[in-house]
Design a protein around this ligand. Structure first.
Ligand code: SF4
Length: 359
């Protein structure tokens, strides 16, 4: 069992819903306490990116609030939750394989509950597939419904019927749901949610919605609190952190404000987009005392025609110019630029191996 390091997180939900979810959590905790002699155990398996990791940490905090104890081994759990990724087909196949393997155990164990959430079920066809082909899965919900986890669980445990929620609504960002970080050293801090870019190969804007940025003061307060609590590595998260915009702050200004916090810590951020990565941002990195000189800058392709077809809105030359400027303002040995093979598509209509490194 893990020791609780519960804190507060920001999510997309109304203030009234925050209060409502706390009430559902208390009701469920009372119900579970009456039903089980020992607190039931819950296990979350996370697939995909750091945004999913951050979501899982928040859901872990909510599960604790609902009366569950977290465990690392799914065999010990009475509730198993798969937080899924829709970006890679391989990840989807692994999720279906993992869930499928639980069928017999779910049918034999009347206390076990299985849930699936995140980006996969936010796509209607996948939710439908789950409904038809995985009838033993008790709980299915998408990214927009995940802040309402206590309510969904309460429904499940009181009705005993499957619960589906793949609603697409997007609410304002409100601070204050619990979070279980699971580490006292490294912390993810989401600064924005969603994406407006609609790269032609990417499902993110459809499953995570349009861009919403957190208020700068809330981010500064969270980072200051983490540093005071002894965290040494803070990673700011967003699908495109470079387009952060809130209350007159852009991303370089936010970074400068965070860099001014006193203490012994590293500041990282991911992911950047070449079209929004500016000289001002690179200068801010170069001048920062806490900001790591680590730039995750997906290139995707070196061919302008393909970049255009991908709707990336930059050219290979623009990327090279950025890399050159980064090298100029940050000495080569201390600046790492990651074009990221993982986010460089090896297959795209019209993209041949020979064109991937050329303009
Ligand atoms: S910027 Fe990133 S998250 Fe947004 S659509 Fe493009 S690849 Fe997807």
């Amino acid at each position: 069992m893990r020791e609780s390091t519960m804190e507060r997180a920001a999510v997309s939900i109304t203030p009234q819903q925050v209060q409502q979810q706390q009430e559902f959590a208390s009701l469920l905790a009372a119900l579970l306490a009456a039903k089980y002699t020992e607190a039931p155990r819950a296990h979350i398996r996370t697939f995909g990116c750091q945004a999913n990791e951050a979501d899982s940490q928040r859901m872990a905090g909510q599960l604790q609030q609902c009366g569950f104890v977290l465990c690392d081994n799914p065999d010990d759990a009475q509730l198993i939750l798969f937080n899924t990724c829709a970006v890679r087909e391989h990840a989807e196949d692994r999720v279906f394989g993992n869930v499928g393997r639980l069928k017999q155990r779910r049918q034999a164990d009347k206390h076990l509950r299985v849930g699936l959430c995140g980006c996969m079920p936010q796509q209607e066809h996948v939710a439908e597939q789950l409904k038809q082909s995985f009838p033993f899965v008790d709980l299915v919900f998408g990214t927009h419904a995940s802040p309402r986890l206590p309510e969904l669980l309460y429904k499940l445990y009181t009705t005993g019927r499957r619960v589906y929620d793949i609603s697409a609504e997007q609410n304002e960002i409100v601070e204050g749901l619990p979070i279980e970080r699971g580490s006292g050293v490294a912390a993810f801090v989401p600064i924005m949610f969603g994406c407006n870019n609609f790269c032609s190969f990417c499902v993110v804007p459809l499953v995570r919605g349009r861009e919403r940025s957190r208020a700068p003061q809330a981010i500064v307060d969270e980072v200051r609190g983490l540093v005071a609590a002894g965290y040494r590595e803070i990673t700011l998260l967003g699908q495109n952190v470079n387009s952060y915009a809130s209350e007159g702050y852009d991303f370089p200004r936010l970074l400068r404000e965070l860099d001014a916090i006193e203490g012994d810590f590293w500041l990282r951020f991911t992911t950047s987009h070449p079209k929004d990565c500016t000289h001002e941002l690179l200068d801010t990195m170069a001048q920062g005392k806490h900001i790591c000189r680590h730039l995750h800058l997906p290139v995707q392709c070196g061919n302008d025609a393909i970049l255009h077809a991908m709707n990336r809105r930059y050219t290979a030359q623009h990327y090279l110019d950025l890399a050159a400027y980064a090298s100029e303002v940050m000495p080569v040995r201390s600046c790492r630029i990651f074009p990221s093979p993982a986010t460089s598509l090896s297959a795209f209509p019209g993209k041949a191996m020979s064109s991937s490194a050329t303009r």
